[in-house]
Ligand binder design. Structure first.
Ligand SMILES: [Cu+2]
Length: 153
């Protein structure tokens, strides 16, 4: 009789423990999954070529958009941080940098010298991108370029 009484009390308690532990495991794995974008596996992106005088690069989800950008010499490229986390865009050869950008901050760099610049975020070195400056601007519909860059999305 005593055993039966205990068992009846024990069952709801065990059920509660299962629910709490299961919920915690689910939450933990979910957080782990959300954090996986920092592991260096970046989603593929379409390279963007722009002949515009001013070109925008968005920083969001620990990534640069567009990650591969080609602009014409003399273009002003503006990086804007859309993340809560601070980011920067710094050339690997340390030739130029936006400096640290907090959420919503923007910084522009004017590129007069042709070449290919590889840059990264110094706090999150898995965030890497390439900027190519060409001598002449290729004929690209700026509206299409804007769509590819995600500014209309
Ligand atoms: Cu960063």
């Amino acid at each position: 009789m005593l055993w039966l009484w205990n068992r009846r009390k024990l069952f709801p308690l065990l059920l509660l423990i299962f629910i709490v532990v299961g919920g915690l495991m689910l939450t933990t794995s979910n957080h782990y999954h959300k954090g996986s974008h920092r592991s260096g596996e970046l989603r593929p992106q379409t390279p963007v070529v722009s002949d515009a005088r001013t070109v925008a690069v968005d920083i969001r989800n620990f990534d640069f958009f567009p990650r591969e950008l080609t602009v014409a010499a003399g273009a002003r490229v503006t990086w804007t941080n859309r993340d809560v986390a601070p980011h920067d865009a710094t050339e690997e050869a340390a030739g130029w940098s936006t400096g640290m950008l907090r959420q919503g901050d923007s910084e522009s760099v004017v590129f007069d010298t042709t070449g290919t610049y590889r840059y990264l975020c110094t706090i999150h070195p898995t965030m890497r991108a390439t900027l190519t400056v060409t001598g002449r601007g290729p004929a690209v519909d700026p509206e299409v370029t804007d769509k590819i860059a995600g500014r209309d999305l």
